[in-house]
Design a protein around this ligand. Structure first.
Ligand SMILES: [Zn+2]
Length: 116
């Protein structure tokens, strides 16, 4: 299926105009919303409050945060090596033009196996 430029722009504009909040409002929707998010009993709220105040919860949250940080760092590191790999294809050593593809030194990624 092909979309004309005009159609594409129109749909883009429509998406941009959306305020990000509005939802279709009907009874079924309201009912579902209440079932999922609303209607918490006081007992449940109290239980949640206690849970969040406990050191176990704090530990859990800290661990989750640390994991998220690690994932983020790992992704960033991955991206860095990717970019690096694209930029360097030939050994950096003077007078060496060996391709680094499949021949990269394990000691220094910028040099070939012969040089380092
Ligand atoms: Zn080399």
């Amino acid at each position: 299926m092909t979309t004309s430029k005009k159609e594409f722009n129109a749909s883009l504009k429509k998406a941009k105009d959306w305020d990000g909040i509005s939802r279709p409002s009907n009874d079924a929707y309201t009912e579902s919303w209440n079932r999922i998010f609303g209607g918490k009993t006081e007992k449940e709220e109290e239980r949640l409050k206690k849970l969040k105040a406990s050191p176990v919860y704090k530990e859990y949250r800290d661990r989750q945060n640390a994991m998220a940080r690690d994932r983020y760092k790992a992704r960033k590191e991955e991206k860095k090596t990717e970019d690096h790999g694209k930029g360097v294809t030939i050994c950096k050593a003077k007078d060496c033009n060996n391709s680094l593809y499949g021949w990269t030194s394990s000691k220094n990624k910028e040099y070939c196996v012969d040089c380092v």
